[in-house]
Ligand binder design. Structure first.
Ligand code: NAD
Length: 538
């Protein structure tokens, strides 16, 4: 096993693999090898090591898939999909509801897997477990209703009866990032599956095990073998064949990669949804309740070590409460407990990779070198693990600093003093991104009104990000933050192609044999005039 290959840590020492191949009471090297064997890679010539960010040691390895593996996975998923699509929606939904129970029953195991491969704190891994269970319950309960054929008004009321069906698209390709390896891999697969599709999932190379674990559990819940294929490997190599082989692509990742993927989908006229980056703003109004706003802002900035597309990186504070709020926020960020335990003891975990640490450190160093003031944190913590970085709050950030506008994707935020609510709204909107925003005020009504002026797909009032991440409401970005939506009815129906079937009774549409074209035009003109006044006709 790869565990015998220790890799260098940031501080120059080497991190050893755990004794007897046991990574946690529940996750062993042998178990990870069994998960790796689930990957849809036929004859791997190469293995990709997967790192444990908490220590920098090699956690396990997965086979490196090639384009031919993606083609084969798409073909197998398509084959399995034909039978799956013939099953009733209720039968498919029952698989999701059983999966819900299995996820909760096996939560400790997947919590360990998520933490080990991503480095996050357990409480943030728990958010993933909760989210996947909620998605499974929501779509398990709502899919029969959302997918039911519905009547539509026909071309000629009474004479035309039209029905709209939601047919599965076929095979859905899912490209997932590393920051939420369970939620973002499987949360989007659940509505795709219940809609009657097959799925080919490409998890990020840094975090492949959570998706593989979920695929096994879905089969245990009754998903037909082969319907959900997981191909492990590099996105740059597997992305194009997946776009070619799938009928719809669900992409979550950076705006830069999303642009490339969307362009390829465009060339092939394939529909896609893009969930991309953000530079999310928090607005603190003069009447904000500080006892709630301080922990709310801390959570928004540091959840998942800030490696969260909807996390807060810009904090606009009204002058009236700046001096009361900012020192309390800085103090609260300084007191967070960083650590790598597989318990709920830590508030914040490690960043996920050396690249991520380098980016976060570079943003902060650039800002500080140009005059930003560090109010909290501001340094890496190699004493805790190779990629730990302290929750960091900066003031005095200016336009010439990289982190002013670019997404940092770390536990780092800048505070800005504002003299009016109009200024706060204008500055929040002055971004190429439009994913999430957060407004804090005692007056929820005015909070909602301000939300309506903010250019973002999600705005939370008196909450940082979690309130809008709700299953029943659509979630997604404006501007450069994405295309399409996940969650809610839309998050399911997008995985279907609508088909309108209309049947004509008694008469064909057009001039009947007993009228001339002129008579037909006269009769129809009168009929159309009348119909405007008939109740129930739209
Ligand atoms: P990334 O774009 O580098 O990678 C995302 C996925 O794309 C990975 O699976 C990767 O292997 C794959 N990929 C890379 N190159 C590809 C290519 N040429 N063709 C096809 N696939 C390719 O992003 P990341 O660094 O892994 O994730 C962090 C980014 O994701 C941040 O910008 C974050 O804001 C964003 N994100 C957005 C959401 C959302 O819901 N809007 C959620 C999570 C993360």
């Amino acid at each position: 096993m790869t565990q015998t290959k220790p890799i260098p840590e940031a501080n120059g020492a080497t991190a050893a693999a755990p004794p007897q191949g046991q990574w946690s009471p529940r996750v062993s090297a042998a178990m990870l090898a069994r998960l790796a064997a689930r990957a849809a890679v036929a004859a791997p010539t190469e293995q990709t090591p997967v790192e444990a960010p908490h220590t920098g040691a090699v956690l396990g390895e997965v086979p490196k898939g090639c384009p031919a593996d993606v083609e084969a996975a798409c073909a197998s998923a398509r084959e399995a999909q034909r039978e799956w699509a013939r099953r009733s929606v209720e039968e498919r939904a029952a698989v999701l509801l059983r999966f819900h129970d299995l996820v909760l029953a096996n939560a400790q195991e997947i919590l360990d897997v998520i933490q080990l491969e991503s480095g996050k704190a357990r409480i943030h891994a728990f958010e993933e477990v909760l989210d996947v269970a909620i998605q499974a319950r929501y779509y398990g309960h709502t899919a029969p209703q959302f997918l039911r054929p519905r009547r539509a008004q026909g071309a000629l009321p009474v004479l035309t009866s039209a029905r709209v069906h939601h047919r599965p698209r076929g095979v859905i390709g899912i490209i997932a990032p590393w920051n939420y390896p369970f939620t973002l891999a499987i949360g989007d697969a659940l509505p795709a599956l219940v809609a009657g599709n097959g799925v080919v999932l490409k998890p990020d190379a840094l975090t492949p095990f959570s998706g593989l674990w979920a695929a096994g559990l879905l089969e245990e819940a009754g998903l037909p073998a082969g319907l959900l294929q997981v191909v492990t490997g590099r996105g740059a190599e597997l992305g194009t064949p997946l776009i070619d082989g799938a009928d719809f692509l669900m992409f979550t990742g950076s705006t830069a990669t999303g642009r490339k993927v969307a362009a390829q989908c465009g060339e092939r006229l394939k529909s896609c949804a893009m969930e991309l980056g953000g530079k999310n703003a928090l607005l603190l109004l003069p009447d904000a309740p500080l006892w709630r706003a301080v922990p709310g802002a801390v959570q928004g900035i540091t959840s998942n070590g800030g490696q969260l597309c909807i996390s807060i990186e810009r904090v606009y504070v009204h002058d009236a409460i700046y001096d009361a709020f900012v020192p309390r926020l800085a103090e609260a960020m300084r007191t967070l407990k960083l650590g790598s335990s597989l318990t709920y003891a830590d508030d914040v975990g490690s960043l996920t990779s050396a690249d991520q640490l380098a980016k976060v450190a570079a943003h902060v160093e650039d800002a500080v070198s140009k005059g930003a003031e560090v109010l909290a944190g501001g340094r890496a913590r190699p004493d805790l693990g190779p990629y730990f970085y302290e929750p960091t709050l900066l003031a005095g950030v200016t336009e010439d600093m990289e982190l002013c506008r670019a997404e940092t994707f770390g536990p780092v935020a800048a505070v800005y003093r504002c003299s009016s609510i109009d200024e706060m709204v204008a500055r929040a909107n002055d971004s190429e991104y439009g994913l999430n925003a957060s407004v804090w005020t005692r007056d929820v009504k005015s909070g909602r009104e301000i939300a309506g002026r903010i250019e973002a797909g999600a705005v939370n009032v008196n909450e940082a990000y979690a309130a809008t991440w709700a299953s029943a409401a659509p979630m997604g970005g404006w501007k450069q933050s994405g295309l399409g939506r996940r969650h809610g009815r839309h998050g399911l129906v997008k995985y279907t192609s609508s088909q309108t079937v209309a049947a004509e009774r008694l008469l064909n549409i057009g001039t009947p044999p007993f009228l001339s074209n002129g008579q037909y035009a006269t009769v129809m003109t009168q009929a159309v005039r009348l119909l405007k006044h008939v109740p129930g006709i739209k």
